[in-house]
Ligand binder design. Structure first.
Ligand SMILES: Nc1ncnc2c1ncn2[C@@H]1O[C@H](COP(=O)(O)OP(=O)(O)O)[C@@H](O)[C@H]1O
Ligand SMILES: [Mg+2]
Length: 252
């Protein structure tokens, strides 16, 4: 995979540009400097993995990029837009249209069927429930779901199936930027690999960018590039896991 990569990345556009991004939680003696000047570009068409020890700032960084948290300093643009120049409502609607989220804990709504869960982002974006559920069903077919599974509730599904629903929900509205925070860490090895194959196949298309935060070295092979993070900064960005200087520390 990595041999074809540099060309792919070279021909792509910048989806996300971060320069000197900082974020501090709390103040005074209790201040936690979660981001201490992050420089990072994410390109369209790529799956960038963000790796690093627990507490180094990975979730904070993707939350800033996704417009969930406001940065304190530095520059950050996503598809040329800057959250600093938007109102809260503007950010919410930008996120609804442009960003898809996949979390470790799936975060499905237990009282809704699989198809209704996947339809949620469309309904939030103003689509009527009937066409939204119909579009959600098309998306669920792409992640391998049949009629019976579409009518089931999250509690009827295995972890791997729930994560497939979460991926369908993250992609159904055609977002340009997909953020996955430890998407395989609640899954066994084999299921985790299947989930990554799905993310790669459905998520990595020309005008889209994917960032996957992970601790799981077994899935590094799905990355186009890997960005290593330490203590609130990006310390290296490489094309393949074998080039990672911090690999031994990452391997768990
Ligand atoms: N809402 C918050 N309030 C206070 N501290 C936080 C908050 N979120 C994260 N932190 C702190 O910021 C640092 C980075 O956290 P995080 O981005 O979650 O790291 P990672 O995802 O790499 O494990 C940690 O020290 C964490 O305790
Ligand atoms: Mg985290």
């Amino acid at each position: 995979m990595s041999e074809t990569l540099p060309k792919k990345v070279e021909n792509s556009k910048i989806a996300v540009h971060c320069e000197g991004v900082s974020k501090t939680f709390g103040a005074g003696n209790a201040a936690v400097h979660a981001l201490r000047g992050v420089d990072l570009d994410v390109r369209t068409g790529e799956l960038l993995m963000l790796v690093g020890p627990s507490g180094c700032g990975k979730t904070t960084l993707i939350s800033v990029i996704a417009g969930v948290l406001r940065r304190d300093g530095g520059d950050c643009t996503i598809f040329g837009q800057d959250y600093k120049l938007m109102t809260e409502d503007g950010i919410t609607s930008f996120r609804g249209l442009n960003i898809g989220f996949v979390f470790q804990a799936f975060n499905l709504i237990p009282s809704l069927t699989t198809a209704e869960n996947v339809a949620t982002p469309l309904i939030i974006n103003g689509m009527k429930p009937k066409p939204a559920v119909s579009k959600a069903r098309d998306m669920l077919i792409q992640v391998g779901f049949d009629e019976r599974m579409m009518r089931s509730f999250p509690s009827d599904l295995s972890g791997g199936q729930q994560q497939r629903v979460a991926i369908a929900r993250a992609l159904v509205h055609g977002p340009r930027f997909i953020v996955c925070d430890e998407p395989t860490s609640a899954l066994d090895g084999e299921t985790g690999l299947k989930v990554m194959e799905l993310l790669r196949r459905l998520g990595c298309v020309e005008d889209r960018a994917l960032v996957v935060v992970t601790h799981d070295s077994r899935i590094y092979k799905f990355a186009d590039r890997i960005a290593a993070m330490e203590d609130g900064r990006i310390t290296e960005v490489v094309d393949s896991a074998s080039q990672l200087k911090v690999l031994s520390e990452q391997t768990i």
